[in-house]
Design a protein around this ligand. Sequence first.
Ligand SMILES: *Cc1c(COP(=O)(O)O)cnc(C)c1O
Length: 369
Amino acid sequence: MPAAIDALPYVRAIAPYQAGKPIEELAREHGLRPESIVKLASNENPLGMPASARTAIEAALGDLGRYPDSNGFELKAALSRKLGVPADWITLGNGSNDILEAAAAVVLAPGRSCVYAQHSFAVYPLSTQARGARAIVVPARDYGHDLEAMAAAIAPDTRLVFIANPNNPTGTFVTAAAVSAFLERVPPQVVVVLDEAYNEYLPENLRHPSIDWVRRYPNLLVSRSFSKAYGLAGLRVGYGVAQPELTDLLNRVRQPFNCNSLAQVAAVAALADEAFVARSVEINRTGMAQVTAAFDDMGLRYLPSHGNFVLVEVGDGAAVYRELLKRGVIVRPVANYGLPQWLRVTIGLPEENARFIAALREARAGAGA
Ligand SMILES: *Cc1c(COP(=O)(O)O)cnc(C)c1O
């Protein structure tokens, strides 16, 4: 039967995003109790959402009959104070994923190209492909971004570059000197998205002066997320920071109500909740030490990570993944990132990490590793 839908060929060619397996799905498939399942597959905050955000959401429930504030006044005002930029430099998104999509919508189309790194975030190929643009995938260096090679790879038709720092799924990090040298080399018609979804997990001395770079480069867009250290993944809220010209363009392509009311009030509360973020960072620091010590003990290679997750080399990633599932532990296979030997594990609560470690020891035996 001929396809009745005359879809764009580049849309047909999209490989859909593979999300972490939901807890309820594994419970159904393996007859497990949902409460017994440990999910370390989507870099979610193991503390859940901040209580301050819950309170803000409860107070806002009565207004759900109305549309959200399309301009996100309160949240932009709070971000503006925190970041030291005018509110008209800020774009709110339905997750920071939405900001990445908006950037692609502003500058990508057939006949144009986008540069990103091998083993980088899965949304970059998706956003590029969905616009019919050509992807220029630059080989990684030591599993991370090779910014010199990326600058050299920029073609006459390139209009967008994605850089994740820290990178997901590898946890690698590029220095401020490398980013700064890169920005200096990029032609002005090329928009650079510096995706800092894990920024809050970095120690103070590794925080780049990204907002200063935005002041200097009109083609730079810094994106950040409330899904990770702020614990609001389910609400979908993130933001971009860029100079007014680029911000105005993003504002033209975003949906008018892309950031919902509950997300807006929760993000305002979470942004002010420095104690929650500090606890999240601390639990990640100790959990990372717990998990990597176990890898050391098992003789497993892993990549030192700057995020709330770690990539570990297990041999047959798919087989070990399945063995872990049988034991009620969900991690993330990364064959789709060109890393079939590896698994990505989100750092959880101490007891969740311990469950994962115990299951991994058994799984490796079970998978014949
Ligand atoms: C998680 C993640 C995001 C975005 O998450 P949102 O929930 O859409 O804010 C963006 N970039 C990277 C690299 C991520 O890992």
